[in-house]
Ligand binder design. Structure first.
Ligand code: NAD
Ligand code: TYD
Length: 342
């Protein structure tokens, strides 16, 4: 049985990817290597625990011994790296953790992957490495790398090391850069689950700045499908943007969610802007469409409604997270740094 290493598989996108792959490819063994940070949660994969081709190993990509151990225990054909510190606000508070996991951790994975002759390494990167757009234009794979947040810079640093591995060693890597994801199991620090869960609790919904920042959204299963097609048909050494052409201002998105939930717009509270807040992200996904035949399968309105329903049906999942130590700490920081403007 051929084996795939998925790092960060206990997080939001990684867990959705693993479920999707296990169901579709029962003949591939998937090893999920995850440090279970505040964002990692084995409950995200409870329904997969008993599958014969799924194995979870707790480990940290910043720890070279643990990375060496997993590569000595299994012979990986493919490595797909989702493991990351993923929240921009947190990176403003603690950039070092982002440098360690998102750059040094990736260097550890690259070293072990090269020494163990993996056939393909996919780095799950982000459109945030391109920086910010004005009112017009799109990010292509040739857009300059101009990250603005510590999160984006740490992801960009990894992308550059991967490029160097390809150029120097002919290392078989591909980078994907996706836009903002939404769907089930997303940690409620991110905008969409934060809005849904705060609204369900009738708590204020913090909107940064003027609320006119634009994000380009994709359903998490479409992101998984994009990675799948890159894994099947992608060309070594290439970068592929993944997107679904669904731009929205934050305020329009928040109002849409409140409307789905039947909650009042009076819950919206404008708060002090995030420092260095990127104005607009928008993906040109023509390369993956034209070269690999990738088309998103989910409509935004339908998938957003299903996501809202998932949070309604899975209160226990997010209530436990929101009452946890991390969230208390985060909320304290949030109130101090940004200060709720009434
Ligand atoms: P997430 O924060 O929900 O999950 C990250 C996972 O990585 C968690 O399970 C965590 O325990 C694990 N992890 C963190 N540090 C680790 C370490 N040092 N060693 C091992 N495991 C570690 O993140 P997500 O939203 O699922 O994002 C997954 C990947 O996709 C990230 O690389 C992110 O940069 C990228 N991405 C995310 C989005 C988005 O909208 N969320 C968009 C584009 C790209
Ligand atoms: P986020 O989900 O943190 O993703 P990213 O910063 O990686 O795009 O934020 C999405 C957008 O929502 C971003 O423009 C910041 C904004 N935002 C708010 O207005 N309020 C919030 O409480 C959060 C978490 C984000």
């Amino acid at each position: 049985m051929e084996t795939m290493l998925v790092t960060g598989g206990a997080g939001f996108i990684g867990s959705n990817f693993i479920r999707y792959m296990l169901n579709k490819y029962p003949d591939i063994k998937i090893v999920n290597f995850d440090a279970l940070t505040y964002a990692g949660n084995l409950e995200n994969l409870t329904d997969c625990e008993n599958k014969p081709n799924y194995i979870f190993v707790k480990g940290n990509i910043t720890n070279k011994e643990e990375v060496d151990y997993i590569f000595s225990k299994y012979k990986f054909k493919w490595v797909i790296n989702f493991a990351a510190e993923s929240h921009v606000d947190k990176s403003i508070l603690n950039p070092m953790a982002f440098a360690e996991t998102n750059f040094i951790g990736v260097c550890n994975l690259l070293d072990s992957s090269r020494k163990n002759d993996v056939s393909l390494f996919i780095q799950v990167s982000t459109d945030e490495v391109y920086g910010s757009l004005g009112d017009s234009g799109y990010f292509t794979e040739n857009s300059p790398i101009k990250p603005n947040s510590p999160y984006a810079a740490s992801k960009a640093a990894a992308d550059l090391m991967i490029r160097a591995y390809f150029k120097t060693y002919g290392f078989p890597a591909i980078i994907t850069r996706c836009c903002n994801n939404y769907g089930p199991y997303q940690f409620p620090e991110k905008l969409i689950p934060l809005v849904i869960t705060n609204a369900l609790e009738d708590k204020p919904i913090p909107v940064y700045g003027d609320g006119k920042n634009v994000r380009d959204w994709i359903y998490v299963i479409d992101h998984a499908r994009g990675i799948e097609i890159v894994w099947q048909k992608g060309k070594i050494g290439e970068v592929y943007n993944i997107g679904a052409s669904q731009e929205l201002t934050n305020i329009d998105l928040v109002k849409k969610i409140l409307n789905i939930l039947g909650k009042p717009e009076t819950l919206i509270k404008y708060v002090t802007d995030r420092p260095g807040h990127d104005r607009r992200y928008a993906i040109d996904a023509s390369k993956i469409r034209e070269e690999l035949g990738f088309y998103p399968a989910f409509s935004f309105d339908q998938a957003l409604k299903e996501t809202v329903n998932w949070y309604k049906d899975n209160r226990r999942w997010w209530e436990r997270i929101k009452s946890g130590a991390y969230t208390t700490y985060y909320e304290e920081w949030y109130k101090r740094q940004l200060g709720l403007k009434e």
